[in-house]
Design a protein around this ligand. Structure first.
Ligand SMILES: *[C@@H]1O[C@H](CO)[C@@H](O)[C@H](O)[C@H]1NC(C)=O
Ligand SMILES: *[C@@H]1O[C@H](CO)[C@@H](O)[C@H](O)[C@H]1NC(C)=O
Ligand SMILES: *[C@@H]1O[C@H](CO)[C@@H](O)[C@H](O)[C@H]1NC(C)=O
Length: 486
């Protein structure tokens, strides 16, 4: 893969259509939404959050569950909500429509339409879910839709599922590279190829079992594909070849020309999005729309998280908002305004993982801005008049490679404790456990100790080998020799 240097400044100020009486999935100027995550113990109560969102002019919000206090707080707010059925419920939702009937009855119908639920995200990034819930995805989506039809709300609520995008996991992959197989090439979770954008294609093993049926469903029901896109991950995994300007929408030069069609890319975000459009086109789905269900840039990070700082976060999110509000789509679909949900509303202090994970917020829990960017056309006009977005040279960082350490399981802890810690690491902990799932490269030896070592080390590396990240209540310890997991 090859990337280039860039800079762009799409300073466009257009009218942001504030439609509150229709479902404004794609207004003429593109739409900006925000993910409202709540993995924190210091956030304001939901009614205050709704006031904050309204004061910011935000009309679209995505949440990660169907929490009743949150859903109630959005009642009569005029804000459109995307809610979620968590991965843990996918197998039940897939198994039986009576489950989804009940789920809709208790989680949607009591609130909708006073709380304007416009979409249900069924699962989240299931292709990288350590439990591999992939096979439940489409049946669960169908059952949810059938239940919505049954209760006569299917015309106002669409069903989709956020997918992990092309390059997002290179960061996880890089940080969890373990030597189960030397030089293990872990493929990106969704796309087989993503560069140049026009050659985008889905991973072949996902196409027949899940991608095609899902796109069929989306096409038939008038839904859209949800994609989580993080140029940040691609940038930190490839900072030697991707310029910061290209990652931050600051391309000022000639852009990166796609040799297959001559289209010019001035940002990694657009290239990532078009790779998914191209992949859909291969399967004949030329009219399915994409909503970027998560994207963002952290304002702080560990030493090895290159570029995670407030200046870059403000540049990424601010330039993205201007880009979206310009109403111009991507090079492959220029007439299709972008619809994007920023990640996230608040810094969330209970998110595990590297420091960046707790620093994606636009706001601190006390509702002060982490940095000042426009979120609406009005805001972007004021900002544009006041000051052009910052343009700095590439910031220079060095990644320390000395003193490499690894984390392994402590057999003495016993299987039960190891299993609990393993479940945590692969679940909430966010370790990359794909390679220890049945059939994957590091599944054998299939022992709790071996799997735990793999998972603990992934967690440890992802957390920047921070102190306390290789402990798991005594179930793990640090080693200075690269371990083998075979
Ligand atoms: C996950 O499940 C899907 C469908 O059941 C399968 O095609 C895929 O290979 C699985 N992935 C892994 C890593 O086991
Ligand atoms: C970016 O473009 C503007 C306008 O074309 C020009 O004035 C400026 O010097 C350029 N900056 C860089 C770093 O190339
Ligand atoms: C998408 O839906 C439209 C309208 O129902 C249909 O004509 C078209 O064939 C579908 N596309 C694919 C690739 O199935």
């Amino acid at each position: 893969m090859e990337f280039h240097k860039h800079l762009s400044n799409t300073l466009c100020t257009f009218i942001f259509l504030l439609i509150t009486s229709l479902i404004p999935v794609f207004s003429d100027s593109g739409t900006i939404g925000v993910n409202y995550g709540r993995l924190a113990n210091d956030l304001p109560p939901p009614p205050q959050v709704v006031q904050l969102l309204k004061a910011q002019g935000i009309t679209k919000v995505k949440i990660f569950d169907t929490d009743s206090t949150v859903l109630s707080a959005f009642s009569d707010s005029g804000i459109f909500l995307t809610v979620a059925l968590p991965n843990e419920q996918l197998s039940s939702a897939a198994a039986d429509q009576s489950f989804t009937d009940t789920w809709i009855q208790s989680n949607i119908l009591p609130y909708h339409p006073n709380t304007r639920i416009e979409a249900i995200a069924v699962g989240n990034e299931v292709f990288v879910d350590p439990q591999n819930t992939t096979k439940f995805l489409v049946p669960a989506m169908r059952n949810i839709h059938a239940s919505l039809l049954k209760y006569d709300v299917a015309s106002s609520i669409i069903v989709s599922s956020p997918l992990p995008s092309a390059l997002q996991n290179q960061w996880r992959i890089q940080n969890s590279k373990m030597g189960c197989t030397p030089n293990d090439q872990v493929a990106p979770p969704l796309l087989q190829t993503s560069y140049p954008a026009s050659s985008g294609s889905f991973k072949p093993d996902l196409v027949e079992p899940v991608i095609k049926p899902m796109l069929d469903f989306i096409n038939q029901t008038g839904s859209y594909l949800m994609v989580n896109a993080y140029p940040f991950f691609a940038y930190i995994a490839n900072s030697d070849t991707i310029s910061l300007d290209y990652a931050l929408f600051r391309d000022n030069n000639s852009g990166d020309v796609d040799p297959n069609n001559g289209l010019v890319y001035k940002s990694l975000f657009e290239a990532q999005t078009d790779a998914v459009f191209a992949a859909m086109a291969v399967l004949g789905f030329n009219n399915v729309k994409i909503v970027i269900s998560e994207t963002g840039w952290p304002s702080d990070g560990d030493e090895n998280e290159i570029g995670a700082n407030a200046e870059n976060a403000a540049a990424y999110n601010g330039n993205l908002v201007r880009r979206v509000l310009s109403g111009v789509g991507t090079p492959l679909r220029p007439n299709e305004p972008l619809s994007v949900y920023l990640f996230a509303l608040f810094n969330e202090n209970e998110k595990p993982g590297p420091t960046s994970e707790r620093n994606y917020g636009l706001f601190y829990p006390n509702q002060q801005k982490v940095y000042d960017i426009p979120l609406t056309a009005e805001g972007s006009e004021i900002q544009a008049a006041a000051a052009p977005p910052p343009r700095g040279g590439d910031l220079e960082y060095t990644v320390s490679k000395v003193g490499m350490t690894w984390c392994v399981a402590n057999e003495q802890a016993g299987e039960m404790r190891l299993q609990m810690a393993l479940d945590y690491a692969c679940g909430k902990g966010g370790a990359d456990c794909r390679q220890i799932m049945p059939g994957a490269t590091c599944y054998d030896p299939n022992t709790v100790v071996a799997h735990a070592s793999y998972a603990f080390n992934s967690y440890y590396q992802r957390n920047g080998r921070g102190s306390g990240t290789c402990d798991f209540g005594g179930a793990a310890y640090v080693v200075t020799q690269r371990p083998s997991f075979q």
